[in-house]
Design a protein around this ligand. Sequence first.
Ligand SMILES: [Zn+2]
Length: 106
Amino acid sequence: MDDRPNRLRIPITDPEAPTSPEEALSVRAVPQEYAYVARLQCTCGAHGRIEVTRQALLAAEGGYMDRLDVRCQACGASYSLFFDVSAVFAQYNRLLNPDEGGAPPE
Ligand SMILES: [Zn+2]
């Protein structure tokens, strides 16, 4: 899951912030994306004021990706964040196809 549990505030300018598809952050459930956004800090210094203005599902290589367009309510800056949601869809597939045992063949 999230291997950065102690970093409660991540500046959007942080190189680890998933601001490009190549840096997409893997999540196991969509609410994790919103939890991540909620603890982001804008470059203006505001934190907890980032709102999601748009969510788009993109087909990615080998799975799916969510793009969240977010905006800082304090300064109005907009950003796009990318999340790898392939694991979310894998869970749906397991629910829909329980006979397949849940694990993809290696
Ligand atoms: Zn701001």
